[in-house]
Design a protein around this ligand. Structure first.
Ligand code: ATP
Ligand code: MG
Ligand code: MG
Length: 414
């Protein structure tokens, strides 16, 4: 054992892997709870990893017993056990054979994770924080099972078509969403999602989607002033999966970007615990903003910070926030523009090879190229890596220079 501070992490995918990459030079140990050879474990050699599921209470306790802090790289974890660990701790055996109670601080709080897990309750929480004026789409809970059809009719009367039917829990990359465009979609929507707890959301006629990463440095809610926002970025979703990120957003005014950062801090300020959070938002035609959802952890839309905000990337920020170390008062990008392209697995295991080759072989004038592969087996639609491109001129110039990459990314998806 190295004697380093240990953060026990529930989940060891690519976010955990990049967290480990940030932790290594800081001399912080990340103990991962996930399956053998998970992407994060490949990037960080320690005898503290635990093999098992981040939904397994006994394994979470085992991790807690040898961690100084606990955190998550995914929100779909078991929160009952986190609550119990916070309140009662875990028993650990000392060298002399006696036992003691160990209570590693958990960031973000299990309260935040539990609230965010249920997207309907998450947004009700923002709605009831009305003093803060957090705009969200109108929503209504939908009965599952036999009552679902009637409830969908009611939602259609209330919201009109189209509207979005969403699973309240467990969804990611849009997998729990169903766009209901007419009464003919009721049957298929119920068939697809009807067994799950559901809610309906009024359609948000957005012109852009933005995201803002926020560092929250104080435990308690009401701590809006303790939130430090990264720049606003534009996120592009195709088939509900994030494929591209642009910093700064294209054709969005500086004022709207500033409003987005301010709104993101207001939203994150209502939550419990420290850490980085992603706030996903819609921009409507009139430039007004609406909050879609929050992720209580580093996020795909913040990968660009590794190279574009080396002052402190979202991964370094997560470590600093969890350990209660200082963070900058202002986050200032090193470059004027950045583009992040997700590498999704194509039809064949080697569909992405041309793209990674291009990344390795390109040394552009005023375009730097950074390839990240996650050590995952390629499967169609699976996030297996990303490429960040940075430039000093502006986003239009960088987008033009990045075209060969953008075309290849799009081609893999066809
Ligand atoms: P993630 O992988 O970000 O966790 P998710 O499965 O939780 O995704 P959402 O963020 O709810 O799904 O929705 C995915 C995408 O679907 C959004 O980014 C947006 O493009 C679209 N979408 C969601 N809600 C609405 C809405 N009310 N109106 C219009 N489009 C929507
Ligand atoms: Mg989500
Ligand atoms: Mg989302």
């Amino acid at each position: 054992m190295s004697g380093n501070t240990v953060i026990g992490l529930l989940g060891g995918g690519q976010l955990g892997r990049m967290l480990c990459e940030a932790a290594n030079p800081l001399g912080v140990d990340i103990a991962i709870l996930d399956e053998e050879n998970a992407p994060a474990k490949q990037a960080h050699d320690t005898n503290r990893h635990v093999t098992g599921s981040f939904k397994d209470a006994a394994k979470i306790r085992e991790l807690a017993a040898h961690s100084d802090y606990l955190s998550v790289e995914i929100e779909h974890v078991e929160t009952e056990v986190l609550e119990d660990i916070e309140k009662n701790g875990v028993q650990v055996e000392l060298a002399d054979g006696s036992t003691t109670t160990h209570k590693p601080p958990i960031h973000p709080s299990w309260r935040t994770i539990r609230l965010i897990q249920d997207k309907y309750l998450q947004k009700e929480h923002y709605r009831t924080a009305t003093k803060l004026d957090i705009p969200i789409a109108e929503q209504m809970a939908i009965a599952s099972g036999d009552g679902a059809l009637d409830a969908l009719k009611e939602a259609a009367e209330k919201f009109g078509f189209p509207f979005m039917l969403k699973a309240r829990k467990g969804s990611y990359d849009g997998r729990g969403n169903f766009k209901v465009s007419s009464g003919e979609d009721f049957g298929p929507a119920v068939k697809a999602l009807g067994k799950l707890p559901l809610y309906a959301e009024k359609w948000a006629p957005f012109v852009k989607e933005l995201a803002v990463m926020v560092i929250k440095t104080k435990d308690e809610p009401g701590a809006e002033k303790s939130c430090v926002p990264y720049p606003a970025v534009e996120t592009i979703h195709e088939d509900s999966i994030c494929t591209k990120v642009f910093m700064p957003p294209r054709q969005v005014s500086a004022e709207v970007c500033e409003n987005a950062r301010e709104l993101a801090c207001r939203v994150v300020g209502t939550l419990w615990g420290r850490g980085v959070f992603a706030v996903e938002m819609f921009v409507l035609e009139d430039g007004s903003l609406m909050v879609n959802e929050v992720a209580p952890r580093p996020h795909n839309s913040g990968h660009y910070t590794i190279e574009a905000v080396p002052q402190m990337s979202q991964y370094q920020a997560q470590i600093h926030a969890v350990l209660d170390l200082p963070v900058p008062e202002k986050l200032i990008p090193r470059v004027n523009a950045a583009i992040m392209l997700n590498i999704l697995g194509g039809a064949k295991p080697d569909s992405h090879h041309g793209l990674s080759r291009l990344a390795r072989e390109t040394f552009g004038e005023d375009m730097d190229v950074y390839l990240h592969l996650y050590g995952k087996e390629s499967k169609p639609g699976r996030k297996i890596g990303h490429i960040t491109l940075t430039g000093f001129k502006d986003i239009a110039d960088l987008e033009e220079k990045a075209q060969p990459f953008i075309s290849l990314v799009d081609k893999i998806r066809q």
